[in-house]
Design a binder for this molecule. Structure first.
Ligand SMILES: *[C@@H]1O[C@H](CO)[C@@H](O)[C@H](O)[C@H]1NC(C)=O
Ligand SMILES: *[C@@H]1O[C@H](CO)[C@@H](O)[C@H](O)[C@H]1NC(C)=O
Ligand SMILES: *[C@@H]1O[C@H](CO)[C@@H](O)[C@H](O)[C@H]1NC(C)=O
Ligand SMILES: *[C@@H]1O[C@H](CO)[C@@H](O)[C@H](O)[C@H]1NC(C)=O
Length: 244
């Protein structure tokens, strides 16, 4: 079991907190099945061998590289954000939205809401498999960077009723990105890069912007204790699955 160090970065209400004191051991590859994905009617897609080359399980089994702990507070973080991958943002991928021919699709929420499930999943799976590939991690490393930041939507975290007393439904979001996210963690590790995991979209939307997953004039995250407690359960599952 490989262990690396990474901080968890949470951006809520536009406020970024880098909990440098909270360095988690990253147990990448211990469970990348993606089973238990909310909205199980969609099934549990796993990365396929396609243009990205390596499947999640293959890349997990293939290499056991070590990644030295990063000296936070001492060494300089040089990183790049892998935006628009697991949380769609129309300004980053305009064609993905234009190709739906539906101007009411303005974020990942409406993509799942306005398209039928299979169509939405087809579009997203193709995007997850092609938007960032392992070659990008190699290029990031070759450019001299030491970190990647990966924004993740709450709807991609596989929650079961054992994980939370709140709803596990993520409708109308399309679940299924988790195995691709775990694969990304493996690619980072295998290419000598540390990962900052960023819960970028919280239940109800934390800021009303499309970058939360839902463009809305009525963001509800933080307006009640339920949304906050549910989010804490989600963060716990993230740390349980890929943290220490
Ligand atoms: C892997 O995750 C699934 C879904 O969350 C869970 O049911 C299973 O027990 C986990 N397996 C291990 C080995 O942790
Ligand atoms: C969008 O419109 C173009 C041009 O008419 C068409 O080729 C394409 O199939 C349409 N896409 C969808 C998802 O309906
Ligand atoms: C759900 O509620 C029960 C009863 O209060 C509690 O024992 C349990 O720990 C809760 N589960 C979670 C995941 O918070
Ligand atoms: C579409 O997915 C949602 C969950 O996101 C589910 O509740 C619904 O039943 C699905 N619809 C169909 C037709 O499968």
């Amino acid at each position: 079991m490989m262990l690396i160090i990474f901080p968890i970065l949470l951006s809520f209400l536009g406020r970024i907190q880098l909990s440098h004191a909270q360095q988690c051991r990253l147990l990448v590859g211990n469970n990348n099945s993606g089973t238990g994905t909310p909205g199980g009617a969609l099934g549990s897609p796993t990365p396929t061998s396609g243009s990205t080359g390596t499947s999640s399980s293959a890349s997990t089994a293939a290499a056991t590289p070590t990644l030295a702990p990063f000296n936070y507070g001492k060494d300089t973080i040089r990183g790049v954000n892998l935006g628009g991958w697991f949380v769609l943002e129309p300004w980053i991928t305009p064609s993905l939205f234009q190709n739906t021919n539906d101007t009411s699709i303005v974020d990942e929420f409406t993509l799942g809401q306005k398209l039928d499930n299979d169509t939405a999943l087809d579009i997203l799976q193709n995007h997850w498999e092609t938007w960032i590939t392992e070659d990008d991690f190699k290029a990031i490393k070759a450019a001299g960077l030491n970190h990647v930041r990966i924004p993740l939507g709450y709807w991609s975290v596989p929650m079961t009723s054992a994980d939370t007393n709140f709803t596990t439904s993520v409708a109308p979001f399309t679940p299924g990105a988790w195995p691709y996210f775990v694969q990304a963690l493996n690619w980072a590790k295998q290419n000598g890069l540390h990962t900052i995991v960023d819960l970028h979209g919280a239940p109800g939307s934390q800021n009303g912007f499309d970058n939360s997953g839902q463009l809305t004039s009525n963001p509800t995250w933080g307006t009640d204790q339920t949304s906050v407690s549910r989010t804490l359960d989600i963060v716990r599952v993230i740390t349980k699955k890929v943290g220490g």
